[in-house]
Design a protein around this ligand. Structure first.
Ligand SMILES: Nc1ccn([C@@H]2O[C@H](COP(=O)(O)OP(=O)(O)OP(=O)(O)O)[C@@H](O)[C@H]2O)c(=O)n1
Ligand SMILES: C[C@](O)(CO)[C@H](O)COP(=O)(O)O
Length: 257
């Protein structure tokens, strides 16, 4: 599968952000949550709804032409956000993240994106990403034939688990030297990614991230160092971690003024 090449006289490829924001956050919400009906990406973290921190990071990257937030059909939360009207949204979220992304890519084309343009797909719930990390991914991939993703090299010993009669036990220790945790953004050419997602779907390939669809097409995305702080808020304990990082960053900025 060849990337659409820049034709002579063709406008330079642009960069679009696609923010899957249509999940329910089942793993993050507990009965004790202040608003358990509120999907995690709308839950407050360090004084703002989680997704707003994510969008602020992209707003700090002028090369990103437009950020499109994909929300669930019937989402009644987005419009309640203070800056809702400042961002483009499409209520075409799907039953899976991959479906949300596929629908969002079509929406980008409808909004004027070109097939050879780049898309940076980033989880709304990965709210600690920085503008610097987004720029680093673009710098590393904009001249690459495939594209790539932010990722974090495994910092701990990795265990293979087995279900024992008395609970989960170690089956083996796995060599971690070539193990990376996939993060987002994940950056690919729109047409190539759409084709890869369609073929992976038709082949019944489980696609949990954009890179896995590209891998199923025989391509090898670049791994670009993200960082431990670029984690996805997934579980209840993650909110406090995210808040601590964001508040520390805010304190550093305030100390400069
Ligand atoms: N059908 C879906 C599922 C997930 N997402 C988005 O994909 C990102 C990462 O997915 P995940 O952390 O799994 O979010 P949820 O699916 O909401 O979480 P859970 O599995 O705990 O319900 C989130 O920003 C989520 O909003 C989406 O847009 N559409
Ligand atoms: C895309 C992703 O962030 C890469 O690590 C992750 O797979 C999304 O979370 P999910 O729980 O797999 O939907």
């Amino acid at each position: 599968m060849k990337a659409p090449q820049q034709q002579q006289g063709q406008a330079p490829a642009r960069f679009w952000a696609l923010i899957p924001c249509a999940g329910v956050g089942a793993r993050a919400i507990t009965a004790g949550s202040a608003a358990p009906e509120l999907p995690k990406q709308y839950q407050p973290v360090a004084g703002s709804p989680m997704v707003m921190h994510t969008l602020t990071a992209f707003a700090g990257v002028p090369r990103v032409h437009h950020s499109l937030v994909v929300i669930a059909a019937g989402d009644s939360f987005w419009q309640q956000l203070p800056a809702a009207d400042h961002y483009g949204t499409e209520a075409c979220g799907g039953s899976t993240r991959a479906e949300t992304v596929g629908n969002g890519l079509k929406a980008l084309l409808d909004r004027g994106a070109q097939p050879q343009d780049w898309v940076l797909v980033h989880d709304a719930a990965r709210c600690l990403v920085t503008s610097g990390q987004i720029n680093a991914l673009i710098d590393a991939c904009e001249h690459d034939a495939v594209g790539g993703l932010l990722a974090h090299q495994l910092p701990d010993t990795l265990k293979m688990a087995t279900m024992g009669v008395d609970g989960v036990r170690v089956a083996a220790t796995v060599d971690r030297s070539d193990k990376w945790l996939a993060q987002t953004p994940q950056m690919f050419r729109i047409a190539v990614l759409m084709d890869a997602l369609a073929k992976a779907g038709a082949a019944g390939v489980a696609v949990t991230d954009e890179a896995s669809a590209m891998e199923a097409a025989g391509l090898q995305p670049k791994l670009v160092a993200g960082g431990a702080q670029n984690f996805k808020v997934t579980y209840p304990d993650d909110f406090a971690l995210a808040a601590a990082v964001l508040l520390q960053r805010q304190a550093v900025v305030q100390a400069r003024h």
